[in-house]
Write a protein that binds this ligand. Structure first.
Ligand code: SF4
Ligand code: SF4
Length: 348
């Protein structure tokens, strides 16, 4: 299986290149700039507050090749965080009062030092979130990972685009739904998603097509009812996430002729209340190479944190990173449309 990394082309432009994506996203197409719209929040330019979450990308390798993936991850991606860079992250965490570490990828479990890293973060007494795609947990060689995660009280956040197989498989690949259900059964048996176990298991919904997510609360009820009825499964929360107009999803929007419509939807649905809570205000994103970004999306677009702030984890300095100006672009409208969107779901 090959990722689409080498073949992402629309109108002759190589979308695998972040600068090409940025040119397309930031083209003057009659929309107001995000920075202009952000002024409606009433607090001046977009700046960070206190850093509460360090989100660390452990690499771009993944056992899946999902159509909407903003990382453009896949089995043929070689980018993996080294143990040395992990140690720099641990040093930074030890020197900070950041309480939550959010591990993402690719499939973070595919990093050969994943277990060591989780164990070391745990020693620092930080809360750990792992963004697991579920299918990796039922893949040969990874069968002991659910138990490992439970033993370390790691919170799991997993994408399940819908509670019906056809929708999920259309976005994430044939057979993904069945494997995800199997992994969820294993997690439930360990206590994940059940009350009073302290083992948090959250699911993520994102739209299959070029539309905004429906209301999170209503959809969570539907997911809970259907997954319980059909498979006897439980989970804690459902997060609805808007697809960002970058990477493979930008490729899809351009190829399907939906790009202008989708951007219009995002811009028209700008919500100052959601904008006031965008996740970059309290999250620092670290790439597999240790470079620092305002969020995972800016990381994929290779937009580093603003000049003057430390730009690599080896130079981490919490005080210098807090209060910095956030590097915004037209893709940011994906975070501020409707009820808003973040790695933790709605923002309002
Ligand atoms: S599982 Fe996640 S990282 Fe892997 S291809 Fe799908 S969206 Fe991308
Ligand atoms: S895309 Fe990133 S920088 Fe832009 S608003 Fe969203 S989280 Fe912030």
């Amino acid at each position: 299986m090959e990722s689409r990394h080498k073949s992402m082309k629309a109108f002759g432009e190589d979308l695998a290149l972040p600068e090409v994506q940025l040119q397309i996203i930031n083209r003057n197409n009659g929309f107001p700039s995000f920075e202009e719209k952000y002024l409606e929040v009433g607090e001046g330019e977009l700046r960070t507050g206190k850093i509460e979450i360090m989100q660390i990308n452990l690499g771009k390798m993944c056992n899946q090749v999902c159509k909407h993936c903003h990382v453009d991850a896949g089995p043929d991606r070689k980018e993996i965080m080294t143990k040395e860079t992990m140690q720099l992250c641990l040093d930074a965490l030890a020197s900070s009062d950041i309480q939550t570490v959010d591990l993402t990828g690719g499939a973070p479990e595919l990093n050969p030092d994943f277990k060591w890293f989780v164990t070391e973060i745990k020693k620092l007494d930080k809360h750990i979130i792992v963004r697991s795609n579920l299918t990796i947990l039922v893949t040969n060689g990874f069968e002991d990972y659910p138990e490992f995660l439970a033993k370390n009280k790691v919170e799991i956040v997993s994408s399940l685009p819908y509670y019906k197989a056809s929708f999920t498989d259309r976005q994430r690949g044939n057979g993904v739904f069945a494997k995800s259900i199997k992994a969820m059964q294993i997690l439930n048996e360990l206590g994940y998603g059940k009350e009073d176990t302290g083992l948090i298991f959250n699911l993520v919904y994102n739209p299959v097509g070029a539309f905004l997510p429906p209301g999170q609360e209503c959809l969570e009820k539907d997911y809970k009812r259907e997954l319980a009825k059909n498979f006897g499964l439980v989970f804690n929360n459902l997060y609805t996430i808007t697809n960002m107009p970058i990477s493979r999803y930008l490729d899809y929007l351009l190829a399907s002729g939906n790009y202008e419509d989708y951007m219009t939807k995002l811009v028209n649905a700008f919500n100052p209340a959601a904008a006031a809570n965008v996740m970059c205000k309290y999250t620092l994103s670290v790439s597999w190479e240790g470079n620092l970004y305002d969020c995972d999306f800016n990381q994929m677009l290779e937009l580093p944190v603003s000049e003057g702030a430390p730009r690599h984890i080896k130079d981490f300095n919490q005080a210098q990173l807090e209060g910095r100006k956030i590097i915004a672009g037209q893709h940011c409208f994906g975070c501020t449309a409707g009820a808003g969107s973040s790695c933790g779901g709605e923002l309002t």
